[in-house]
Design a protein around this ligand. Structure first.
Ligand SMILES: [Zn+2]
Length: 309
């Protein structure tokens, strides 16, 4: 492995401003919580579609391939052929069927192995049928998963999971620790008999806080420079939601054109700056994994009350 810093851009393609709701397995647009269902009010992807229409052409033009974690239900609603075309340029992965609360933490409905198998299986087939590519990896909705989820992913021959986070910028010196809650490097993890490759994401590099005006975009550049300085190599993962370019969770509203323009212009400038760094190489998750020797040692995962942490 070279000293380059591999940058994975992970895009979670889900319904706009999704939240878990008591009594419902599926995720709900938070501005529709408690509202009466109409045909229009069922599930909205307006911000996601608009965000993708902004993002996809830029990424293709800049030749930046990323990993798309998609809801199966989203691809069912797919109408824009140009977006479909540009999606094929990227790596396709899965983000549930309807953004399910797999652990039932908020819904109160805990999903067992066979229900999770049905949900993930349906989403996998749906994505493969419409996009024409089998999803390679999985990111759990709300980042909530348990040993049953791993079991399903292994059964369905998923190449990797990417639902565990790196919550700080410290890199481990070795993999000697066998019991760890958040792996800090791609590794094999195991729970009971199920072993899968885990590609953890950087929690600090989720763009959520930028789009909610809690952090400037400069923070992300600073953090990535720091990661490179500390490590001289390895990878970092920047994650985002397309709807977040167009919607504010804090203010509970779709943004004005000017605000949207500010969001994507700042984001694009940030990506261009990164792309101009000699040490930065953009890559998809699976591509990074093919270039990386994972440690032989398997990290054992222990679930507390069947969820993380
Ligand atoms: Zn999501």
């Amino acid at each position: 492995m070279s000293d380059d810093l591999y940058v994975c851009l992970a895009i979670d393609i889900d319904r706009d401003a999704v939240v878990p709701v008591k009594g419902k397995i599926e995720g709900v647009n938070h501005f529709l919580v408690g509202k009466k269902k109409t045909s229009r009010n069922k599930v909205l992807y307006d911000g996601t579609i608009k965000g993708l229409e902004i993002l996809m052409p830029f990424l293709k033009k800049k030749n930046i391939q990323c990993t798309l974690f998609m809801e199966g239900n989203f691809v069912k609603h797919f109408e824009n052929e140009d977006i479909l075309d540009s999606i094929l340029f990227h790596e396709v992965s899965c983000h549930g069927m309807d953004h399910e609360d797999l652990l039932g933490i908020n819904s109160g409905i805990k999903l067992n192995y066979s229900t999770q198998k049905k949900i993930i299986g349906t989403a996998t087939k749906m994505i493969e049928k419409i996009i024409g590519k089998r999803p390679l990896g999985f990111r759990a909705p709300y980042l909530r998963l348990n040993k049953d989820t791993f079991h399903v992913l292994v059964d369905q021959k998923y190449v990797y999971d990417s639902s565990l986070s790196i919550s700080n910028d410290v890199w481990p010196d070795s993999f000697k620790t066998r019991i760890i809650e958040t792996p800090l490097f791609p590794c094999y993890i195991q729970t009971e008999n199920y072993k899968i490759t885990e590609m953890p994401f950087h929690l600090n590099l989720y763009l959520w806080q930028f789009f909610e005006k809690k952090k400037s975009i400069d923070f992300y550049e600073y953090a990535i420079n720091k990661l490179f300085k500390n490590r001289n190599g390895g990878y970092c993962m920047i994650s985002m939601h397309p709807w977040h370019i167009c919607y504010s969770m804090d203010e509970q509203r779709y943004l004005e054109e000017k605000e949207i323009e500010y969001n994507y212009t700042s984001f694009f400038q940030f990506l261009e700056k990164l792309a101009n760094r000699s040490f930065v190489k953009f890559t998809t998750i699976s591509e990074f994994l093919t270039k990386t020797d994972l440690p032989d040692e398997v990290v054992e995962i222990y679930f507390c009350n069947n969820h993380f942490p």
